[in-house]
Each structure stands twice: as structure tokens, then as C-alpha cells.
Design a protein around this ligand. Structure first.
Ligand SMILES: *Cc1c(COP(=O)(O)O)cnc(C)c1O
Length: 360
């Protein structure tokens, strides 16, 4: 019997290389609290991304929570419904109100024209997502935010390694937040980071992640425990060395899928610029939800398990308000992410595509 194929598998450095970091931790006895490995990871990620400062955190969700807190936001935050639940959760958890606006039908990112229509006297910020790593229209978003005095926080959970106009995507907005979760292109098992060029803000987030202590161990601000452990940082240091290779392999596999699926009449793809994309996902858009459900069933019969990302569009979830967002509703119903990870073989990709293409 064939082994099942799931949507993703973590990209992991060779175990010996991770062990070397574990050995250092066992030797020093330092497991957390702004430890040497986390400091080194912050430095190396900053160099890798080409940004002045990286603040490593326990996960990507708390990165966004700390960004909202550190900017003292209270009120409405405009965001996209076509995202993982965490994007909207953090807004509500921080006692702000998520206001969903519709997405662009081609890039699947927040539609800047719709942002302006949704601004009220309670709006304090915009929280767009670079969906599947395709950059948002950052210039337009910045212009709108500037005109209305809004803060911009990017959910860049999908977007490690992406450059836009020669600059890291992480350098846009007041703060960009990313995730180093096991399923992401770059992982520390659980982990995440904030990026900001605002030194004061960076320093505030650093204090907030550590109960509000400053460098002298005095309590000077609000705080919580959002620290990254040394074990996570060690795994990150080992994995970072392979990140270029990971991205390249995913790109090859993504392009191989495209060579097999491009002529299919009922599947289309996200609009992206090949040099501004990290190929961490293989999302496909079917012409109808019926077709998607039928194909998912045929694939499951072959023990292949793509995943619907992100379904349903969050404006349909009980917890939140329910504006009518026709594009997000129509797109979210018809997208599935096909398996994509470094060890996925070409023959598996061929099998997946032949199931997709057979019987129309
Ligand atoms: C993964 C993800 C998050 C959450 O990151 P965690 O590290 O799991 O907390 C937030 N937003 C998006 C779009 C994600 O894909």
C-alpha cells in the first residue's frame, strides 16, 4: 500500500547539526531568557532578511498581539477575511474589532480600494496578510494609512525570504509579524518574530515579551511571557543554513506542478511575481466548489490529502461580523493547497496531477 501524502512536512536540518546546538545548551545550562542562541538567531535572521532588527518570539500569533499592544491600538482594525483564523483572533483577543474587507480576485490579498470604504472614525489600523507569500499592494496601503493616520501591521506569516523592490517584505508597515511554526518555510518548531525599523517600538516589544522587564530587570511596562526558548533558537540556527535550498526545492516542485497543470481548463493560480514569492504553498483555484469537493474525494481515495486553505472565509464565522464579501466568499470556497514539501517526490507530484486531471 502507498503511504499517505499529507499537505506538508516540516523542513528540518540534519539531526547532528541540531544536536550540536543542544549540546551547547546542555553545557551552558541556559534554556531561555534572552539566551545566546536566541540572540544569535535574531542577528542571523536580520542579516538573512536584510533588516536592521528581528525580535524573536514564542509564536507568530503572539507577535501580532504584541504589535497591537505596543502600538496602543484600541478600536477597529481593518483586515482580510481570507486568512488563517489567528489574524482575526488576535484583533478580537486584544479587545479591538476586526473589520473585514474584500480581497483582490487575482492576488487573493486585501483589496486596497475596499480599505478606504471601510474606514470609520473608530479605525486605528490595517492588518493585511501577504497571502501564500504574494506581497500586498504595500505602496497603496501605506498611502491610505498615511492619509488617515492609521498604523499598519503586516501578517507576514507566509512570507519569509520574500523581497519587494529589493527590500525584505518584513521592512514594510509599522511592524511585520511572521511565524516560524513547523509548517512554515522556515521553522523553529513553534516560534515567530516581529520586525520594525522603529527602535522605540522594537525596544517596547522586547520588554513586553519578557513580563515588562527592562535590561536592568526593572518592571517598566505591560508585559507577558512571549519568549523564544534556546531549543527553538538552536533548531532555527540549524534550519536557517538550509533556507535557500528549501526555497529553491519548493520552487522547482511548484514549477513542476505548474508544468503539469497549466493547460487544465478548470484550475487557475494565484497571481504573483516569480521573484517575489517563496513557493511555500501550492494553492490551486477550481472553477467550482463542486469540482473541488469531487477532486478532494478522488485524491483521498488515493490517500492524498490536500487542504482547504483558508475556508471558510472568516466573514462567515459566528464570532465575527458578517459583511457581504463576494470575492472572498467565491474564492475561499474553491481553493485547495496541494502537497508541497522538500521531500515530496516528482513521481508523487505526477500521481497527484493525474488524479486531478482524470475524468475532468
Ligand atoms: C501560521 C499563521 C499564523 C500563526 O502563526 P503561529 O506561529 O502558528 O502562531 C498567523 N497568520 C497566518 C496567515 C498563518 O499562516
Amino acid at each position: 500500500m502507498n503511504k499517505p501524502i499529507y499537505v506538508t512536512q516540516p523542513s528540518l536540518a540534519p539531526l547532528e547539526e541540531v544536536n550540536e546546538y543542544l549540546r551547547q545548551i546542555w553545557e551552558s545550562g541556559i534554556m531561555t531568557h534572552n539566551g545566546p542562541l536566541m540572540q544569535r538567531l535574531e542577528k542571523e535572521v536580520s542579516e538573512y532578511e536584510g533588516v536592521p532588527d528581528t525580535i524573536c518570539l514564542a509564536n507568530g500569533t503572539c507577535a501580532m498581539q504584541l504589535a497591537i499592544r505596543a502600538l496602543d491600538l484600541e478600536g477597529e482594525i481593518i483586515t482580510t477575511p481570507f486568512t488563517f483564523i489567528a489574524t482575526a483572533n488576535v484583533i478580537a483577543w486584544e479587545r479591538c474589532t476586526p473589520v473585514f474587507v474584500d480581497i483582490d480576485p487575482d492576488t487573493w490579498n486585501i483589496d486596497p480600494d475596499k480599505i478606504e470604504d471601510a474606514i470609520s472614525d473608530k479605525t486605528v489600523a490595517v492588518l493585511p496578510v501577504h497571502v501564500f507569500s504574494a506581497p500586498c499592494d504595500v505602496a497603496r496601503i501605506q498611502q491610505i494609512a498615511g492619509e488617515h493616520g492609521l498604523k499598519v501591521i503586516y501578517d507576514a506569516a507566509h512570507a519569509m525570504c520574500v523581497k519587494l523592490n529589493g527590500k525584505s517584505i518584513m521592512s514594510y508597515g509599522d511592524v511585520s509579524c511572521t511565524s516560524f511554526h513547523a509548517t512554515k518555510l522556515f521553522n523553529t518548531c513553534e516560534g515567530g518574530a516581529c520586525f520594525t525599523e522603529n527602535k522605540e517600538l522594537a525596544s517596547r516589544i522586547r520588554k513586553m515579551r519578557f513580563f515588562g522587564f527592562d535590561e536592568m530587570k526593572e518592571i517598566v511596562d505591560d508585559g507577558i511571557n512571549a519568549k523564544m526558548t534556546e531549543i527553538a533558537a538552536g533548531l532555527g540556527l540549524a534550519n536557517l543554513r538550509y533556507l535557500d535550498e528549501v526555497r529553491k526545492k519548493r520552487r522547482d516542485k511548484y514549477e513542476f506542478y505548474r508544468s503539469l497543470l497549466d493547460s487544465c481548463g478548470f484550475i487557475s493560480f494565484q497571481k504573483y511575481d516569480p521573484e517575489e514569492y517563496n513557493y511555500s504553498y501550492m494553492p490551486i483555484l477550481f472553477d467550482s466548489e463542486e469540482r473541488l469537493l469531487c477532486k478532494l474525494e478522488q485524491l483521498a481515495n488515493a490517500k492524498i490529502y490536500p487542504r482547504r486553505y483558508f475556508y471558510p472565509s472568516l466573514n462567515n464565522i459566528e464570532l465575527f461580523s458578517h459583511p457581504k464579501l463576494p470575492v472572498a466568499n467565491a474564492v475561499a470556497k474553491r481553493i485547495a493547497c496541494l502537497p508541497l514539501y522538500n521531500k515530496l517526490s516528482d513521481s508523487s507530484i505526477r500521481t497527484i496531477c493525474s488524479v486531478l486531471l482524470e475524468n475532468g
